[in-house]
Design a protein around this ligand. Structure first.
Ligand code: PEP
Ligand code: MN
Length: 358
């Protein structure tokens, strides 16, 4: 679907900074966080969850509508614009009633087209920016599908929030970043703003900066970080929240990258290096083409002699040899394996087609 997006901020700036507690707990907690964040002078949007989608029942599920006037007060008192998560039509109507400036769809909503559609229908004819978190699983189409549903409701001020993906086996992050997925989203929709929610990727405090920095290095358009006046005693996501003061430090430590520069020397060098990369890519493609032709020839030969396509010992031998050779030129075993596996899969595919031909 053809889509063109506008900035979610009225006065566009190079990076969108969003901070605030995981959840609104009390008027005092909300206002204290907002005052301290406003004092930093760099926050564009104040976040606070009013309705919380929790993994298990009996945990704190948000204060509900009684928290909405607190957010209204935040705006009146500090001038910070506010944003909260909506998952149902009533959430949308209530949030609009209290003048919430920006809405967001959570990861557990994006996975469910029924819920996304319900929210989109409630948004029909409303002019408000909407941010859409990636689904919890590594499914780019599902993310794009949610963006399309919201866009079709007439919302053009849309941003995507990258909050990582739930996978087994990654012990470093609560939600593994899989940067390739937001990178692909950006490639498909260059004018869609992408914000990094480092809090939900990390799930802990000590990696927040490195993840936010990584996002800036990849030209993301902003960050969303959970902040709480007393993080250890937060009612939800206590391990990953930081104080507004710590958020100020994180912000000051971040290197915000420029998209490009007019510096002639830089341009010269980068053009030269890119030209070299293009040449190498062309060479690689030619080599891959030649390799596939050889695989096809081998396939015909195997067929003539009635030999099975897959030769496990030969395949193992190639893998082992290549991992060793790759390591000698600075390539990681995972990289060499994944490239070779993909080449091998393609070769096998060619040979299978040859076997099936009459
Ligand atoms: C949140 O932002 O507090 C939240 C519930 O996030 P997610 O939808 O990414 O899990
Ligand atoms: Mn949270």
């Amino acid at each position: 679907m053809e889509m063109t997006f506008k900035s979610i901020l009225d006065t566009p700036k190079s990076h969108i900074i969003i901070a605030g507690p995981c959840a609104a707990e009390s008027e005092e907690q909300v206002l204290k966080t907002a005052r301290d964040l406003a004092a930093l002078g760099n926050v564009d949007l104040f976040r606070a969850g009013i309705w919380k989608p929790r993994t298990r029942p009996n945990s704190f599920e948000g204060v509900g509508i009684i928290g909405l006037p607190w957010l209204k007060k935040v705006k009146e008192e500090t001038g910070l614009k506010t944003t909260t998560e909506v998952a149902k039509r009533d959430h949308v109507f209530e949030a609009l009633k209290y003048g919430i400036d920006v809405l967001w769809l959570g990861a557990r909503t994006t996975v469910n087209p029924f819920s996304v559609q319900e929210v989109a229908d409630a948004l029909q004819g409303v002019d408000i920016p909407v941010m859409i978190k990636n689904p919890i699983n590594t499914d780019l189409s599902l993310w794009i599908g949610a963006i399309e549903r919201v866009y079709k409701a007439g919302i053009t001020r849309v941003a995507a929030i990258h909050r990582g993906f739930s996978v087994h086996g990654d012990n470093k992050y609560r939600n593994t970043p899989r940067w390739q997925i937001p990178i692909e989203l950006k490639r498909l929709f260059p004018d869609l703003q992408i914000i990094c929610d480092n809090s939900h990727i990390c799930g802990r405090r000590d990696t927040l900066l490195e993840v936010a920095q990584n996002a800036m290095d990849l030209d993301f358009d902003g960050i969303m970080t959970e902040t709480h006046p007393d993080p250890d005693n937060a009612w939800s996501d206590a391990k990953q929240q930081i104080t507004p003061l710590q958020f100020g430090d994180l912000y000051n430590s971040l290197q915000f990258r420029k998209r490009t520069t007019d510096d002639a020397a830089y341009k010269d060098s980068i053009d030269h290096l890119r030209h070299e990369i293009d040449e190498i890519d062309e060479e690689l493609l030619n080599l891959l083409g030649r390799r596939m032709n050889l695989a096809q020839e081998i396939g015909r030969f195997k067929k003539m002699n009635n030999i099975a396509i897959l030769q496990s010992s030969r395949w193992n031998e190639i893998l082992e040899k290549s991992v060793k050779k790759g390591s000698a030129v600075g390539l990681s075993a995972e990289f060499v394996e994944s490239v070779l596996k993909s080449i091998h899969e393609e070769s096998i595919g060619h040979q299978e087609r040859i076997m099936r031909q009459g």
